[in-house]
Design a protein. Structure first.
Length: 97
């Protein structure tokens, strides 16, 4: 699955205008939040914690226009907690942001 970081930048530019510094700062905040949420998923001890983390990642992705990450997080919501293939896909997706 290919990811388009340009879409995130376009979404941010639409929200804040032509402010490259602010766009970079918001992009970094998004990436930090995505990584923290991924850590929550890594440590999910039960289905409820997993589902909550996946839903948080989906909402975060939606807020920043990361449509493909949002779809992947939606898939994760239905997956078993910490399923290895899903975890690899999630880590790969976040690393490509």
């Amino acid at each position: 699955m290919a990811y388009d970081p340009g879409q995130i930048d376009a979404t941010l530019a639409a929200a804040v205008g032509d402010e490259p510094g602010l766009i970079a700062e918001l992009r970094e905040a998004f990436l930090d939040s995505a990584k923290r949420t991924l850590a929550v998923l890594d440590g999910a001890s039960d289905a409820d914690a997993w589902h909550t983390g996946a839903a948080r990642l989906k909402g975060l992705a939606a807020s920043f226009g990361a449509v493909r990450l949002m779809a992947l997080a939606d898939e994760a919501m239905a997956a078993p907690p910490r399923e290895p293939a899903m975890m690899r896909r999630l880590h790969r997706a976040v690393s490509r942001l």
